[in-house]
Design a protein around this ligand. Structure first.
Ligand code: FES
Length: 160
């Protein structure tokens, strides 16, 4: 059963105290849940958060379903999100995504057999001037080529 760590619970309490309405704390608290739940927000963790925040589950689900940065299904240990919006695509993001999927033997949005990687196509990540770019877990990587993206991921998989 999902439960936040003590630090996570303290984080939620602080966020609840920070805003004028509890509802405003939903986004940072969902982030925390995602971080502590292997990169995704399960229905069970929403129920847990709803109790902890004393807010209806429906309010939390509204936020969860609106924002694409929350994962509604499990992802690999490395969640590689390649921007596939216009600026990045003009500079090769589609080919880059195909290259990564082929190299790491995984279909877009799925988890590799060893559970280590998910490669997703996402909308603009707000760094169009350094396209093409990708986000891996919490970090951004810019001005990519298929080769440089592959090297970054391999480095992370090898713990470098
Ligand atoms: S289009 Fe890729 S970051 Fe904006």
């Amino acid at each position: 059963m999902f439960k936040l760590s003590d630090e996570g619970i303290n984080f939620v309490k602080k966020e609840l105290a920070r805003y004028e309405t509890k509802r405003s704390a939903i986004i940072p608290c969902l982030y925390r849940v995602q971080k502590e739940n292997d990169g995704w927000v399960s229905p069970e963790s929403v129920s847990y958060l709803s109790e902890l925040m004393e807010l209806p589950e429906a309010w939390i689900n509204e936020v969860l379903n609106f924002y694409t940065m929350f994962n509604k299904k499990p992802v690999g240990k490395l969640h590689v999100q390649v921007c596939n919006n216009i600026s990045c695509c003009m500079l090769g993001a589609r080919e880059l995504t195909d290259h990564l999927c082929k190299t790491f033997n995984v279909k877009p949005e799925e988890i590799s057999e060893d559970g280590k990687i998910t490669i997703s196509k996402v909308e603009c990540l707000g760094s169009c001037d350094t396209a093409p770019m990708m986000q891996i877990n919490d970090d951004y990587h810019e001005n990519l080529t298929p080769g440089s993206a592959e090297k970054i991921i391999k480095g992370m998989l090898n713990g470098n």
